[in-house]
Design a protein around this ligand. Structure first.
Ligand code: ADP
Length: 185
């Protein structure tokens, strides 16, 4: 499964719940990168500046990082929910190639839909280190430019389902559960 949605759409929170409900691995590339920054690894040192500026870490770094993780036994056995990947056309093509190599296929790509005014408001309120006004504007711009076109890419493959991300967390989760369960059935 893949979940797409603007920064601040509640993707991270809902992804954790989905992974628990369906017994799959939740792979958040943002979490992987933040852990690398905290540990001061080479990856973290490469990524920190880019993340704080609201930029995108290079495809040459992100694709091998995901490839390495999704070949592991727990993912092959229980499946995976990708949160924050793919974010560019290059990453989407990379994902298609790596899944084909593993003999796996995507089940669903969920677009968690929240309007730009609402996510801006939410991000200003949560105050993460990379949630400065400048970085937020840059991230949302890159989302429209690089990531939103992927909605068509998934739709062309018959994988896209949009879910309204406005409202109470539990209500949003119930909507997600409905579309995922019907797709898995
Ligand atoms: P947000 O959804 O608010 O951007 P994430 O936790 O998904 O938060 O990502 C945080 C940052 O990590 C991004 O702004 C970007 O710099 C980097 N990042 C995460 N995933 C990717 C990716 N697939 N490609 C490039 N950069 C990424």
């Amino acid at each position: 499964m893949v979940i797409l949605g603007r920064q601040g759409s509640g993707k991270g929170t809902q992804s954790g719940r989905i992974a628990e409900r369906y017994g799959c691995v939740h792979l958040s590339t943002g979490d992987v990168l933040r852990a690398a920054v905290a540990e001061g690894t080479e990856l973290g040192q490469q990524a920190a500046g880019i993340m704080n500026a609201g930029g995108l870490v290079g495809d040459d770094i992100m694709i091998p990082l995901v490839q390495e993780r999704i070949g592991k036994d727990d993912v092959v056995a229980g499946g995976v929910l990708l949160d924050g990947f793919p974010r560019t056309a290059e990453q989407a093509n990379g994902l298609e190639a790596m899944l084909a190599g593993l003999g796996q296929a995507l089940t669903i790509a969920i677009n968690l839909d929240v309007p730009v005014e609402e996510v801006t408001h939410r991000m200003m309120a949560r105050g993460r280190e990379d949630d400065t006004e400048e970085a937020i504007v840059r991230r949302l711009g890159l989302y429209d430019q690089e990531t939103a076109p992927l909605l068509d890419w998934f739709d062309e493959r018959g994988l896209l389902v949009s879910v309204d991300g406005l409202g109470e967390e539990d209500d949003v989760f119930a909507r997600l559960e409905e579309v995922i369960s019907s797709r898995l059935a």
